[in-house]
Design a protein around this ligand. Sequence first.
Ligand SMILES: Nc1ncnc2c1ncn2[C@@H]1O[C@H](COP(=O)(O)OP(=O)(O)O)[C@@H](O)[C@H]1O
Ligand SMILES: C[C@@](O)(CCOP(=O)(O)O)CC(=O)O
Length: 533
Amino acid sequence: MTEPLRQTNGAKPSNSNQRRTPTHTLPSGAQNGLPVRSRASVNGNGQVDSDSFSDSTSSTESSPVNGAGKPHRPAMSRKASSPMAPAFMVSAPGKAIVFGEHAVVHGKAAMAAAISLRSYLHVTTLSKSHRTVTLNFRDIGLDHTWNIDALPWDIFQQPSKKKYYYDLVTSLDPELVAATQPHLEGVGKGMSEEIRKHQVGGAFAFLYLFLSLGSPQSAGAVYTLRSTIPTGAGLGSSASVCVCLSSALLLQIRTLAGPHPDQPPEEAETQIERINRWAFVGEMCIHGNPSGVDNTVAAGGKAVMFRRVDYNEPPEVTPLLNFPELPLLLVDTQQSRSTKTEVDKVFRLRESHPVVTESILNAIDQVSTSAQQLVDDPDFESSPDKSLAQLGTLIRMNHGCLVSLGVSHPRLERIRELVDYADIGWTKLTGAGGGGCAITLLRPDAKKEVVRDLEKKFSSEGFIKYETVLGGDGVGVLWPAVLRNGSDEEGGEEIDQQKFENADGPEGIERLVGVGVHERREGWKFWKRAAQA
Ligand SMILES: Nc1ncnc2c1ncn2[C@@H]1O[C@H](COP(=O)(O)OP(=O)(O)O)[C@@H](O)[C@H]1O
Ligand SMILES: C[C@@](O)(CCOP(=O)(O)O)CC(=O)O
């Protein structure tokens, strides 16, 4: 009963039905093409509460929650059956931590911004007779199918365990974790340990979220993910994946309103918060002990100050409205590492050297808050050279602290050394370290030819430079998965699973889905954070 149906480890599945995009009917009254049936909730037996299920054609509905984040429960009529959902897509950005990584896990402040590299998740709903869910995570070679009816719904639906879409979940339930484990046994079999870990982490996050948010009546579906964010490079790839999973599952159970252009910011904020809460649960599955900064930025986008003092409460998130356009170089060591391992290292250091470690973490906190004051200062723009030099000094100091916490790596130090020799800016590692990426803030007077020479050196030593813009949009939705971009295809260009799978590399993905560094096509909609904290 606990055996998965099959595992193909990246090979195409044999059942072609599961690959075909079904013929869709868009709910007739859906607002902006998006689902508005936003009050579904599942009772302890996994049944949909009939009084809380509104009709998809009621396009005038607004947010399903009140200001306090609690669901309204008006009496609603219920339709006998709902049409099959169309294929749709969601997307979420990676992030760069500008200041405060690691310290943020220990309750200190961090500054982070969305990057323009993103993950994209395509969801195809299967017809009623297909009782399977397939996770097709192309980048990490995961292609696994579970029989929905064989999943451990009993325990996830127990009244004492059952969580609702609006709940704040701050820890994983050990019994629920244990119940998922037999269903992960077949994942990554025969793969190298490193690949297996990537696959099991992603599959675990998916299963825990699917079992928490879905029900035994959930429709079969194929979830295909591709990302332009390098995996495990400190750019929040896991959080971006978790935000995609969370938003797709919440959309499928019709508990999100919008996004639509005239959505009040407070209502958009409620949806972002809901997505973010469940993305955090996914992050806990992958990392064990995340601060939540990555998923917060992946969900809401832009640039924020983040602090989580009490893990039982939502974090303090302050949008940085005047976040400057920084001249940054983002360079990947190509040295793989795991966030969990690096985070554990700092916990161990804190145990063995509590006083010194605490003072380093406090120093990082001071660096982050000083940086916040600097970018909030109205004079930042008026004397950019001075401001950038001050910010640069803080970057150098932050990196020094991270080195003393033991989370740098010789390859990261090599990047710093090359930049220092060229004397063109200030460098720090970004993310968990131990490999992954470094950011360099370029001096305003850095000569173009010197930067070009440096980039050549990077490439000759096996480093990769990424082009990215900081501070872009958070989670977005393309519902249905059709781009209205003036193509010849009637009604727009449909992105089906096959096209998505076959897109050639990051450029091919961005070209196909129309969201990325260079272009934006009609159809995608984004929840926009409220301007004030
Ligand atoms: N493109 C992807 N597709 C599927 N899962 C991914 C992808 N990128 C990352 N992940 C998941 O996230 C994990 C990496 O997380 P982590 O070590 O924190 O790296 P990062 O710093 O990039 O977030 C992987 O092991 C995998 O489970
Ligand atoms: C080290 C840390 O502060 C950031 C980790 O970022 P990433 O997983 O390397 O992208 C951990 C966290 O905030 O949960």
